[in-house]
Ligand binder design. Sequence first.
Ligand SMILES: NC(=O)c1ccc[n+]([C@@H]2O[C@H](COP(=O)([O-])OP(=O)(O)OC[C@H]3O[C@@H](n4cnc5c(N)ncnc54)[C@H](O)[C@@H]3O)[C@@H](O)[C@H]2O)c1
Ligand SMILES: [Zn+2]
Ligand SMILES: [Zn+2]
Length: 361
Amino acid sequence: MSQQVRGVIAPGKGEPVRVETIVVPDPGPGEAVVRVQACGVCHTDLHYREGGINDDFPFLLGHEAAGIVEQVGEGVTEVAPGDFVILNWRAVCGQCRACRRGRPQYCFATHNAKQPMTLLDGTELSPALGIGAFAEKTLVAAGQCTKVDPAASPAAAGLLGCGVMAGLGAAVNTGAVGRGDSVAVIGCGGVGNAAVLGARLAGANKIIAVDLDPRKLERARGLGATHTLDARDGDVVEAVRELTGGFGADVVIDAVGRPETYKQAFYARDLAGTVVLVGVPTPEMTLELPLLDVFGRGGALKSSWYGDCLPSRDFPMLIDLYLQGRLDLDAFVTETIGLDDVEAAFEQMHGGDVLRSVVLF
Ligand SMILES: NC(=O)c1ccc[n+]([C@@H]2O[C@H](COP(=O)([O-])OP(=O)(O)OC[C@H]3O[C@@H](n4cnc5c(N)ncnc54)[C@H](O)[C@@H]3O)[C@@H](O)[C@H]2O)c1
Ligand SMILES: [Zn+2]
Ligand SMILES: [Zn+2]
């Protein structure tokens, strides 16, 4: 048995996305079919469309989603039909070398559905980040479903499934921002602004937001930035140093992921400070830095995959904070759109005043 639903595919490198009929198989052992209620448009979906992640076209895009479990396969005990869940791309295996060392946030063998979703002609689809949620229903591994309080709005909750968790976790988990730290965030889209929010949650007392777009900076102020810098107005490194007593910030988060922003992050950081790279570079990008500066400035150069989160630990807790009014996830939902509007939402990413466009079903 299988079901046919509508979904957004990226057919080939750089080609516009389009809505197609998707065949979703019934869940096999360890799998679940989820009726998607909301799915945010993340820059990583655009990276997929542009061939920046890999060449496994066609992709079924969308990976920042919440919905209701509809069917579960054999042996699934952690979720049941009717559960409200956030989809995650870190269903930890418990067996790999990272899991065995007690570091499941680095799990190297995360679970995805085993059966493929296909087009009507049988062409197998590659679901973005093993999820594929710009579709009315999607097939995932049951471990990719994290049950949270159903009082949360699906549009807001779904954002924890990728961008907001990535940014928030880059600050709180990877960067280990603590009370009294100074933090700078370069690039304040959905991910960077979530890092701003995370820095505030962690007790940073100076939070410097950097972007090329004054509207993004305005949003950063609303989420906790104490200072904002328009990167077009001059030297970002100098400006961050000026705001931090001439020294640089304790933690600098690069939420753009380009060699020039990484270099800014590297030099805008205080001695012994931490750089966190959360923006995703493309394959042709390279970085050159004086090795003596890498040594001489000390500290840590880290990359953050998915905010080093553990979905089962972090999603329910963050949803509770949201429901208590302590984590403004709604601020990230700039517009709600239909399944046919994903291509237009990609356009909005270049030049639009949008943190997140969220597809509602
Ligand atoms: N590491 C992870 O686990 C993870 C998870 C999700 C997304 N990401 C990545 O994070 C990055 C950001 O995602 P997003 O959805 O927030 O994207 P976005 O396009 O919404 O935001 C990017 C922001 O950076 C700004 N910007 C661009 N160039 C800049 C520059 N030179 N200086 C300052 N600001 C600049 C833009 O104006 C925009 O506001 C992407 O590369 C995405 O793929 C990483
Ligand atoms: Zn593992
Ligand atoms: Zn994403």
